[in-house]
Design a binder for this molecule. Sequence first.
Ligand code: LMR
Length: 398
Amino acid sequence: FTHITAAPADAIFKTKADYAAYNNKNKMNLGIGAYRTNEGKPYPLKVVKKAEALILNDKSLNKEYLPITGDKEFTRLAARLVLGNSVDLNKVASTQSISGTGALRLGAEFCSKFLSGKTAYFSNPTWGNHFGVFKEANIKTAKYTYWDPKTRGLDFAGFVNDLNKAPNGSIFVFHACAHNPTGVDPTNEQWQQIATIMKRKGHFPFFDTAYQGFASGSLDNDAYSIRYFAKQGFEMIITQSFAKNLGLYNERVGGFHIVCQNQQKAKDLLTRVAKIVRPMYSNPPAHGALIVKRILKSSQLFNEWNEEMSGMSNRIIKMRALLKNALVRLKTPGTWDHIVSQIGMFSFTGLSPQQCRVMKSKHHVYLLESGRISMSGINTNNVEYLAKAIDDVVRNVQ
Ligand code: LMR
Protein backbone atom coordinates (compact mmCIF):
# COMPACT_ATOMS: atom_id res chain seq x y z
CA PHE A 1 0.00 0.00 0.00
CA THR A 2 2.99 2.35 -0.32
CA HIS A 3 1.19 4.36 -3.02
CA ILE A 4 -1.80 5.22 -0.76
CA THR A 5 -1.72 8.38 1.35
CA ALA A 6 -4.24 9.58 3.96
CA ALA A 7 -7.40 11.30 2.72
CA PRO A 8 -8.39 14.80 3.90
CA ALA A 9 -10.84 14.76 6.82
CA ASP A 10 -14.56 15.53 6.37
CA ALA A 11 -15.06 19.10 7.61
CA ILE A 12 -18.28 18.38 9.56
CA PHE A 13 -17.16 15.17 11.26
CA LYS A 14 -13.70 16.63 11.97
CA THR A 15 -15.29 19.56 13.80
CA LYS A 16 -17.26 17.08 15.92
CA ALA A 17 -14.09 15.08 16.70
CA ASP A 18 -12.08 18.25 17.49
CA TYR A 19 -14.79 19.34 19.92
CA ALA A 20 -14.87 15.93 21.62
CA ALA A 21 -11.07 15.86 21.95
CA TYR A 22 -10.78 19.28 23.60
CA ASN A 23 -11.20 19.73 27.34
CA ASN A 24 -12.63 23.11 28.33
CA LYS A 25 -15.74 23.92 30.30
CA ASN A 26 -16.82 26.69 27.93
CA LYS A 27 -16.45 24.71 24.72
CA MET A 28 -19.44 24.77 22.36
CA ASN A 29 -20.26 22.29 19.62
CA LEU A 30 -21.92 24.24 16.81
CA GLY A 31 -20.60 21.99 14.04
CA ILE A 32 -22.64 18.93 13.17
CA GLY A 33 -26.39 19.29 12.76
CA ALA A 34 -27.71 17.14 15.58
CA TYR A 35 -30.34 18.38 18.03
CA ARG A 36 -29.40 19.09 21.64
CA THR A 37 -31.58 19.90 24.65
CA ASN A 38 -31.24 23.13 26.62
CA GLU A 39 -28.86 21.13 28.84
CA GLY A 40 -26.67 20.46 25.79
CA LYS A 41 -27.58 16.75 25.73
CA PRO A 42 -28.61 14.52 22.78
CA TYR A 43 -32.37 14.03 22.67
CA PRO A 44 -33.74 10.58 21.85
CA LEU A 45 -37.43 11.31 21.21
CA LYS A 46 -39.83 9.84 23.79
CA VAL A 47 -42.10 8.66 20.99
CA VAL A 48 -39.19 6.73 19.47
CA LYS A 49 -38.53 5.01 22.81
CA LYS A 50 -42.23 4.09 22.99
CA ALA A 51 -42.19 2.67 19.47
CA GLU A 52 -39.06 0.68 20.30
CA ALA A 53 -40.72 -0.79 23.38
CA LEU A 54 -43.65 -1.92 21.21
CA ILE A 55 -41.25 -3.44 18.68
CA LEU A 56 -39.35 -5.28 21.41
CA ASN A 57 -42.57 -6.88 22.65
CA ASP A 58 -43.92 -7.72 19.20
CA LYS A 59 -43.48 -11.50 18.95
CA SER A 60 -44.55 -11.51 15.29
CA LEU A 61 -41.32 -9.78 14.19
CA ASN A 62 -38.37 -11.72 12.87
CA LYS A 63 -34.98 -10.94 11.34
CA GLU A 64 -35.70 -12.06 7.77
CA TYR A 65 -34.27 -10.02 4.86
CA LEU A 66 -36.35 -7.09 3.73
CA PRO A 67 -37.12 -6.82 0.00
CA ILE A 68 -34.35 -5.09 -2.01
CA THR A 69 -36.29 -1.81 -2.11
CA GLY A 70 -37.27 -2.10 1.57
CA ASP A 71 -40.40 -2.49 3.64
CA LYS A 72 -43.36 -1.69 1.38
CA GLU A 73 -45.59 -0.40 4.16
CA PHE A 74 -42.80 1.89 5.35
CA THR A 75 -42.09 3.28 1.87
CA ARG A 76 -45.78 3.98 1.29
CA LEU A 77 -46.15 5.80 4.63
CA ALA A 78 -42.93 7.73 4.03
CA ALA A 79 -44.14 8.79 0.57
CA ARG A 80 -47.49 9.88 2.05
CA LEU A 81 -45.72 11.91 4.72
CA VAL A 82 -43.76 13.96 2.22
CA LEU A 83 -46.23 14.12 -0.67
CA GLY A 84 -49.51 14.32 1.27
CA ASN A 85 -52.39 14.15 -1.22
CA SER A 86 -50.53 16.06 -3.92
CA VAL A 87 -50.20 13.01 -6.16
CA ASP A 88 -51.56 9.45 -6.54
CA LEU A 89 -48.99 7.39 -4.60
CA ASN A 90 -49.35 4.55 -7.13
CA LYS A 91 -47.44 6.83 -9.49
CA VAL A 92 -44.51 7.02 -7.07
CA ALA A 93 -41.65 4.51 -7.08
CA SER A 94 -40.52 4.43 -3.44
CA THR A 95 -37.50 2.73 -1.94
CA GLN A 96 -36.27 2.55 1.64
CA SER A 97 -32.84 4.18 1.83
CA ILE A 98 -29.84 4.41 4.14
CA SER A 99 -31.07 7.76 5.45
CA GLY A 100 -30.82 10.96 3.37
CA THR A 101 -27.29 10.42 2.13
CA GLY A 102 -28.14 6.89 0.97
CA ALA A 103 -31.18 8.26 -0.85
CA LEU A 104 -29.01 10.90 -2.51
CA ARG A 105 -26.57 8.19 -3.55
CA LEU A 106 -29.41 6.22 -5.17
CA GLY A 107 -30.64 9.39 -6.85
CA ALA A 108 -27.21 10.26 -8.17
CA GLU A 109 -26.74 6.71 -9.52
CA PHE A 110 -30.20 6.84 -11.08
CA CYS A 111 -29.42 10.18 -12.77
CA SER A 112 -26.05 8.88 -13.93
CA LYS A 113 -27.65 5.81 -15.54
CA PHE A 114 -30.84 7.27 -16.94
CA LEU A 115 -30.36 11.04 -17.27
CA SER A 116 -26.79 10.81 -18.45
CA GLY A 117 -25.12 13.82 -19.99
CA LYS A 118 -27.14 16.20 -17.86
CA THR A 119 -25.49 18.54 -15.36
CA ALA A 120 -26.75 18.63 -11.76
CA TYR A 121 -27.00 22.17 -10.38
CA PHE A 122 -26.64 22.84 -6.65
CA SER A 123 -27.27 25.99 -4.65
CA ASN A 124 -24.19 28.05 -3.87
CA PRO A 125 -23.48 27.16 -1.09
CA THR A 126 -24.92 23.72 -0.40
CA TRP A 127 -24.33 20.85 2.04
CA GLY A 128 -20.72 19.81 1.32
CA ASN A 129 -21.53 16.13 0.88
CA HIS A 130 -23.86 16.82 -2.07
CA PHE A 131 -20.87 17.26 -4.34
CA GLY A 132 -19.14 14.18 -2.91
CA VAL A 133 -22.19 12.01 -3.57
CA PHE A 134 -22.69 13.20 -7.15
CA LYS A 135 -18.99 13.02 -7.94
CA GLU A 136 -19.01 9.35 -6.94
CA ALA A 137 -21.72 8.81 -9.55
CA ASN A 138 -19.68 10.67 -12.20
CA ILE A 139 -22.24 13.38 -12.76
CA LYS A 140 -21.16 16.80 -13.89
CA THR A 141 -22.07 19.36 -11.22
CA ALA A 142 -22.48 23.13 -11.29
CA LYS A 143 -23.72 25.81 -8.90
CA TYR A 144 -26.68 28.16 -9.07
CA THR A 145 -26.77 31.50 -7.29
CA TYR A 146 -28.48 31.32 -3.91
CA TRP A 147 -26.90 33.20 -1.00
CA ASP A 148 -26.45 36.94 -1.09
CA PRO A 149 -23.62 37.86 1.31
CA LYS A 150 -24.73 41.49 1.33
CA THR A 151 -28.29 40.90 2.53
CA ARG A 152 -27.44 37.58 4.20
CA GLY A 153 -30.56 36.28 2.51
CA LEU A 154 -31.68 34.76 -0.79
CA ASP A 155 -30.41 36.24 -4.07
CA PHE A 156 -33.63 35.40 -5.87
CA ALA A 157 -32.86 37.42 -9.00
CA GLY A 158 -29.54 35.58 -9.36
CA PHE A 159 -31.29 32.24 -8.75
CA VAL A 160 -33.88 32.94 -11.47
CA ASN A 161 -31.17 34.09 -13.85
CA ASP A 162 -29.26 30.82 -13.39
CA LEU A 163 -32.40 28.74 -13.88
CA ASN A 164 -32.92 30.55 -17.16
CA LYS A 165 -29.28 30.30 -18.24
CA ALA A 166 -28.83 26.55 -17.59
CA PRO A 167 -29.20 24.30 -20.67
CA ASN A 168 -32.78 23.00 -21.05
CA GLY A 169 -33.36 19.73 -19.23
CA SER A 170 -30.77 20.25 -16.50
CA ILE A 171 -31.12 18.65 -13.06
CA PHE A 172 -31.76 21.15 -10.27
CA VAL A 173 -31.20 19.93 -6.72
CA PHE A 174 -33.30 21.86 -4.19
CA HIS A 175 -33.42 21.79 -0.39
CA ALA A 176 -37.15 21.36 0.24
CA CYS A 177 -36.94 23.43 3.45
CA ALA A 178 -34.42 24.55 6.09
CA HIS A 179 -31.63 25.06 3.58
CA ASN A 180 -28.32 23.64 4.78
CA PRO A 181 -26.06 25.58 5.41
CA THR A 182 -27.78 28.99 5.07
CA GLY A 183 -31.14 28.52 6.79
CA VAL A 184 -32.61 30.66 3.96
CA ASP A 185 -35.61 29.26 2.03
CA PRO A 186 -37.56 30.67 -0.92
CA THR A 187 -41.05 31.86 -0.02
CA ASN A 188 -44.06 29.90 -1.31
CA GLU A 189 -44.56 32.51 -4.05
CA GLN A 190 -40.91 32.18 -5.05
CA TRP A 191 -41.27 28.38 -5.25
CA GLN A 192 -44.18 28.93 -7.63
CA GLN A 193 -42.04 31.15 -9.84
CA ILE A 194 -39.22 28.59 -9.73
CA ALA A 195 -41.67 25.87 -10.81
CA THR A 196 -42.88 27.96 -13.76
CA ILE A 197 -39.33 28.44 -15.05
CA MET A 198 -38.45 24.77 -14.41
CA LYS A 199 -41.46 23.76 -16.55
CA ARG A 200 -40.62 26.14 -19.36
CA LYS A 201 -37.00 25.00 -19.44
CA GLY A 202 -37.80 21.29 -19.07
CA HIS A 203 -35.50 21.10 -16.05
CA PHE A 204 -35.67 18.09 -13.76
CA PRO A 205 -36.43 18.79 -10.06
CA PHE A 206 -34.53 16.80 -7.44
CA PHE A 207 -35.70 17.62 -3.89
CA ASP A 208 -33.62 16.81 -0.85
CA THR A 209 -35.79 16.87 2.29
CA ALA A 210 -33.92 16.32 5.55
CA TYR A 211 -35.87 18.64 7.86
CA GLN A 212 -39.61 18.15 7.25
CA GLY A 213 -41.43 19.32 10.39
CA PHE A 214 -38.19 20.34 12.04
CA ALA A 215 -38.00 23.71 10.29
CA SER A 216 -41.35 25.32 11.07
CA GLY A 217 -42.75 22.67 13.42
CA SER A 218 -45.37 21.80 10.77
CA LEU A 219 -44.95 18.78 8.50
CA ASP A 220 -47.31 20.32 5.94
CA ASN A 221 -45.70 23.76 5.77
CA ASP A 222 -42.26 22.23 5.37
CA ALA A 223 -43.47 20.06 2.47
CA TYR A 224 -44.95 22.97 0.52
CA SER A 225 -42.30 23.12 -2.21
CA ILE A 226 -42.40 19.40 -2.98
CA ARG A 227 -46.19 19.16 -2.94
CA TYR A 228 -46.54 22.24 -5.13
CA PHE A 229 -44.20 20.76 -7.75
CA ALA A 230 -46.00 17.39 -7.56
CA LYS A 231 -49.33 19.13 -8.17
CA GLN A 232 -47.86 20.79 -11.27
CA GLY A 233 -47.30 17.31 -12.73
CA PHE A 234 -43.50 17.22 -12.64
CA GLU A 235 -41.59 13.97 -12.85
CA MET A 236 -39.11 14.32 -10.03
CA ILE A 237 -36.89 12.73 -7.43
CA ILE A 238 -37.26 13.16 -3.66
CA THR A 239 -34.63 12.11 -1.13
CA GLN A 240 -35.91 11.94 2.43
CA SER A 241 -34.22 11.59 5.81
CA PHE A 242 -35.64 10.73 9.23
CA ALA A 243 -32.39 11.61 11.01
CA LYS A 244 -33.38 15.05 12.24
CA ASN A 245 -37.16 15.10 12.52
CA LEU A 246 -37.28 11.79 14.44
CA GLY A 247 -33.79 12.04 15.91
CA LEU A 248 -32.90 8.73 14.22
CA TYR A 249 -29.39 9.83 13.28
CA ASN A 250 -27.66 6.49 13.71
CA GLU A 251 -30.51 4.30 12.49
CA ARG A 252 -29.89 5.46 8.90
CA VAL A 253 -33.48 5.40 7.74
CA GLY A 254 -34.86 7.38 4.82
CA GLY A 255 -36.82 7.25 1.60
CA PHE A 256 -36.01 7.57 -2.08
CA HIS A 257 -39.03 8.49 -4.20
CA ILE A 258 -39.43 8.94 -7.96
CA VAL A 259 -42.66 10.68 -8.95
CA CYS A 260 -43.73 9.31 -12.35
CA GLN A 261 -46.42 10.08 -14.93
CA ASN A 262 -48.29 6.81 -14.44
CA GLN A 263 -48.46 3.63 -12.36
CA GLN A 264 -46.75 1.39 -14.90
CA LYS A 265 -43.76 3.73 -15.10
CA ALA A 266 -43.49 3.73 -11.31
CA LYS A 267 -43.47 -0.09 -11.31
CA ASP A 268 -40.83 -0.18 -14.04
CA LEU A 269 -38.58 2.37 -12.35
CA LEU A 270 -38.75 0.52 -9.03
CA THR A 271 -37.20 -2.50 -10.78
CA ARG A 272 -34.45 -0.18 -12.03
CA VAL A 273 -33.79 1.15 -8.53
CA ALA A 274 -33.64 -2.44 -7.24
CA LYS A 275 -30.88 -3.06 -9.81
CA ILE A 276 -28.92 -0.17 -8.28
CA VAL A 277 -29.49 -1.27 -4.67
CA ARG A 278 -28.69 -4.98 -5.01
CA PRO A 279 -24.98 -4.68 -5.94
CA MET A 280 -24.56 -1.65 -3.64
CA TYR A 281 -25.86 -2.93 -0.27
CA SER A 282 -28.28 -5.73 -1.19
CA ASN A 283 -31.22 -4.59 0.96
CA PRO A 284 -31.80 -2.14 3.81
CA PRO A 285 -31.75 -2.67 7.60
CA ALA A 286 -35.13 -2.96 9.32
CA HIS A 287 -35.03 -1.37 12.77
CA GLY A 288 -35.28 2.32 11.82
CA ALA A 289 -38.08 1.59 9.36
CA LEU A 290 -39.98 -0.35 12.04
CA ILE A 291 -39.82 2.68 14.34
CA VAL A 292 -40.98 5.11 11.65
CA LYS A 293 -43.81 2.79 10.64
CA ARG A 294 -45.10 2.45 14.19
CA ILE A 295 -45.19 6.20 14.60
CA LEU A 296 -46.75 7.02 11.22
CA LYS A 297 -49.42 4.32 11.59
CA SER A 298 -50.69 5.26 15.04
CA SER A 299 -52.55 8.55 15.32
CA GLN A 300 -51.61 8.74 19.01
CA LEU A 301 -47.89 8.28 18.39
CA PHE A 302 -48.06 10.55 15.35
CA ASN A 303 -49.54 13.35 17.48
CA GLU A 304 -46.94 12.81 20.19
CA TRP A 305 -44.21 13.04 17.54
CA ASN A 306 -45.63 16.31 16.23
CA GLU A 307 -45.62 17.76 19.73
CA GLU A 308 -42.02 16.76 20.36
CA MET A 309 -40.97 18.04 16.95
CA SER A 310 -42.53 21.43 17.49
CA GLY A 311 -40.83 21.48 20.90
CA MET A 312 -37.47 21.04 19.16
CA SER A 313 -38.18 23.58 16.46
CA ASN A 314 -39.52 26.14 18.97
CA ARG A 315 -36.46 25.79 21.17
CA ILE A 316 -34.27 26.60 18.16
CA ILE A 317 -36.44 29.57 17.20
CA LYS A 318 -36.11 30.89 20.79
CA MET A 319 -32.32 30.50 20.67
CA ARG A 320 -32.27 32.56 17.47
CA ALA A 321 -34.00 35.43 19.24
CA LEU A 322 -31.75 35.17 22.31
CA LEU A 323 -28.58 35.22 20.20
CA LYS A 324 -29.73 38.14 18.10
CA ASN A 325 -30.79 40.14 21.15
CA ALA A 326 -27.47 39.48 22.89
CA LEU A 327 -25.55 40.72 19.82
CA VAL A 328 -27.73 43.82 19.61
CA ARG A 329 -27.17 44.51 23.34
CA LEU A 330 -23.41 44.20 22.84
CA LYS A 331 -23.71 46.59 19.86
CA THR A 332 -21.75 44.11 17.79
CA PRO A 333 -21.00 45.86 14.47
CA GLY A 334 -23.25 44.74 11.60
CA THR A 335 -26.88 43.66 11.40
CA TRP A 336 -28.08 40.45 13.01
CA ASP A 337 -31.66 40.18 11.78
CA HIS A 338 -30.67 37.25 9.60
CA ILE A 339 -30.17 35.11 12.72
CA VAL A 340 -33.94 35.25 13.34
CA SER A 341 -35.12 35.29 9.73
CA GLN A 342 -33.18 32.11 8.89
CA ILE A 343 -34.91 28.81 9.63
CA GLY A 344 -34.08 25.24 10.64
CA MET A 345 -31.02 23.69 12.19
CA PHE A 346 -28.46 26.19 10.93
CA SER A 347 -27.58 29.83 10.76
CA PHE A 348 -25.10 31.19 8.25
CA THR A 349 -23.54 33.88 10.39
CA GLY A 350 -21.53 35.71 7.76
CA LEU A 351 -18.33 35.28 9.82
CA SER A 352 -15.17 35.00 7.67
CA PRO A 353 -13.05 31.80 7.69
CA GLN A 354 -10.39 33.61 9.74
CA GLN A 355 -12.99 34.80 12.27
CA CYS A 356 -14.24 31.19 12.51
CA ARG A 357 -10.73 29.92 13.14
CA VAL A 358 -10.33 32.40 16.03
CA MET A 359 -13.76 31.39 17.39
CA LYS A 360 -12.32 27.90 17.62
CA SER A 361 -8.77 28.59 18.81
CA LYS A 362 -9.50 31.41 21.27
CA HIS A 363 -13.10 30.86 22.35
CA HIS A 364 -13.42 27.07 21.88
CA VAL A 365 -16.55 27.49 19.80
CA TYR A 366 -16.53 24.73 17.19
CA LEU A 367 -18.23 25.83 13.98
CA LEU A 368 -17.63 25.28 10.26
CA GLU A 369 -15.23 27.63 8.51
CA SER A 370 -18.03 28.63 6.13
CA GLY A 371 -19.54 30.49 9.10
CA ARG A 372 -22.34 27.93 9.56
CA ILE A 373 -23.43 27.33 13.14
CA SER A 374 -25.76 24.62 14.33
CA MET A 375 -28.38 26.49 16.35
CA SER A 376 -29.13 23.35 18.32
CA GLY A 377 -25.82 23.61 20.17
CA ILE A 378 -26.98 26.92 21.69
CA ASN A 379 -28.83 27.03 25.01
CA THR A 380 -29.76 29.53 27.69
CA ASN A 381 -26.50 28.79 29.54
CA ASN A 382 -24.10 29.44 26.68
CA VAL A 383 -25.82 31.99 24.44
CA GLU A 384 -24.21 35.02 26.16
CA TYR A 385 -20.78 33.39 25.93
CA LEU A 386 -21.33 32.80 22.21
CA ALA A 387 -22.49 36.38 21.60
CA LYS A 388 -19.37 37.73 23.35
CA ALA A 389 -17.14 35.46 21.26
CA ILE A 390 -18.83 36.64 18.04
CA ASP A 391 -18.55 40.24 19.23
CA ASP A 392 -14.83 39.79 19.85
CA VAL A 393 -14.03 38.32 16.42
CA VAL A 394 -16.24 40.80 14.54
CA ARG A 395 -14.42 43.72 16.22
CA ASN A 396 -10.89 42.32 16.19
CA VAL A 397 -10.45 39.82 13.34
CA GLN A 398 -10.90 40.41 9.59
C1 LMR B 1 -24.83 18.37 8.91
O1 LMR B 1 -24.91 19.04 7.86
O2 LMR B 1 -24.16 18.72 9.88
C2 LMR B 1 -25.61 17.08 9.03
O3 LMR B 1 -26.44 16.92 7.93
C3 LMR B 1 -24.76 15.91 9.32
C4 LMR B 1 -23.97 15.42 8.14
O4 LMR B 1 -24.07 14.24 7.80
O5 LMR B 1 -23.23 16.21 7.53
